[in-house]
Write a protein that binds this ligand. Structure first.
Ligand SMILES: Nc1nc2c(ncn2[C@@H]2O[C@H](COP(=O)(O)OP(=O)(O)OP(=O)(O)O)[C@@H](O)[C@H]2O)c(=O)[nH]1
Length: 409
């Protein structure tokens, strides 16, 4: 289980507490995953909120007709452009902190300007608006779902403004101001609790989803690793025979197609038994690894397929190669292994490790199956061994003239 998974599990267990912040790595991932959708939702909610705020001009007209012009200026001329700027910035993309600050500022401005309107008016009904101020708190804490700490701070600010208004704007009835304050306090308290619960629920569902995602990722990675391990030879790290067979059948198909052109090179290390006898099995293994690397480096890895066929035998499939191209590639491989100059005291070939290669190719119009081509390459390999090793031989039937043109070291 990786570190992130452990952190997520621990966090899920702690979700009963009051915390509304993840450890840095999860928090960054959380914001990264929800940010765009969250900003979009906030932009839509801001549009709804500002529409309602402007609609309250009807309220101003009924209860504050003495300051209608100021109300229009504030609601349409000031607050609407502020809200539009916020929406524009949210749409353009801002950091999560700036996003929360913008939304908090928007509700605080709404509170300040509404307080200003209440203050300006001398209408005897204007104090009734003190009962409506709780709506602004609701917008921040419930509609915008400000992150908890921002919601708490803005609620405290709103409460301060409310306290000031109740004191500075005495209502005609002694207890009305107190009642408005109590209503406001209750709305603030309920909405802040609701805000906290929704943020925690949002975070918990994110954690559960993240845990599932991480499990799937881990499972997929392991699966890939198992698949890779099952397809490669552990010693030489080229493909094993089973994977080679499945690649061949998916590449060439089951049917014999006489137009399909490809070459096959069967490679065998010369005098490897005596290498093992002289240097030991462990060094023999290392030698095979070096040879496999040299073979791999001599082919086009995106196209050609290299596999260990078993023991000290390798095979290379060379798609889209004619017999002559395959022979030339086989010769490159042979030279590359020879250039390694791995000492081989028991070799008759210059005292270094060498390989023999048998080559055959399809696509000559004969319509041979892959098994037949492979057998032909094996026969050519047998001939390379018989002719003295450290050489490449092309299967004779395909190119009778090549008999005399086999590459030899
Ligand atoms: N170290 C090591 N040796 C291996 C491995 N697989 C096969 N061999 C050895 O490879 C040797 C193959 O020997 P032979 O098939 O007799 O042929 P050779 O000695 O290479 O002689 P020629 O092929 O005729 O040149 C055997 O001694 C095997 O034990 C391996 O994974 N590691």
């Amino acid at each position: 289980m990786n570190d992130l998974m452990v952190q997520v599990d621990r966090q899920i267990q702690q979700e009963g507490g009051l915390g509304v912040h993840f450890p840095a790595e999860i928090e960054a991932r959380f914001e990264h995953d929800i940010h765009v959708a969250h900003s979009h939702k906030l932009a839509c909610m801001s549009a709804v909120a500002i529409s309602i705020y402007v609609l309250f001009l009807l309220n101003d007209w009924r209860f504050r007709p003495d300051h209608m012009l100021e109300a229009i200026v504030i609601r349409v001329g000031v607050m609407t452009p502020i809200a539009l700027i916020c929406i524009y910035m949210l749409k353009r993309g801002v950091s999560p902190v700036l996003r929360e600050m913008l939304m908090t500022a928007l509700v605080c401005f709404a509170m300040i300007f509404t307080a200003l309107l209440i203050q300006l008016s001398v209408s005897p009904h204007s104090f009734l608006d003190l009962f409506a101020l709780g709506l602004i708190v609701l917008v921040g804490n419930v509609l915008f779902q400000l992150r908890f700490w921002y919601a708490l701070c803005s609620s405290a600010f709103h409460f301060g403004v409310m306290l000031y208004l109740v004191n500075a704007h005495p209502s005609p009835y002694a207890s009305a101001g107190f009642m408005a304050l109590m209503v406001f306090l209750s709305i603030t308290l309920f909405s802040i609790i609701s805000n906290l619960r929704s943020e925690k629920a949002e975070r918990l569902s994110y954690l559960l989803l993240l845990r599932e995602q991480l499990r799937v990722e881990e499972f997929t990675e392991k699966n890939e690793e198992f698949r890779r391990l099952a397809s490669i030879d552990p010693l030489t790290e080229v493909y094993n025979r089973r994977h080679f067979d499945s690649l061949v059948s998916s590449l060439l198909g089951k049917q014999v197609d006489s137009r399909l052109q490809y070459g096959v090179a069967m490679i065998d290390v010369d005098h490897f038994k005596s290498y093992n006898d002289h240097y030991g099995h462990v060094k023999g293994g290392l030698c095979l690894k070096r040879i496999a690397t040299a073979i791999f480096e001599s082919v086009h890895p995106d196209v050609d397929i290299v596999a260990r066929f078993g023991g000290e035998e390798f095979v290379v499939l060379l798609p889209s190669s004619s017999s002559q191209q395959a022979l030339a590639r086989a010769e490159e491989i042979r030279r590359h292994v020879r250039d390694l100059a791995l000492p081989h005291a028991g070799s008759s070939r210059h005292g270094i490790v060498t390989i023999s290669i048998g080559v055959s190719a399809a696509g000559t119009g004969q319509g041979c199956s892959f098994e037949t081509i492979l057998k032909q390459a094996d026969e050519a390999l047998y001939r390379a061994k018989a002719s003295g090793r450290d050489r490449c031989e092309l299967f004779a039937q395909q190119d009778p003239q090549a008999l005399g043109r086999a590459f030899a070291g």
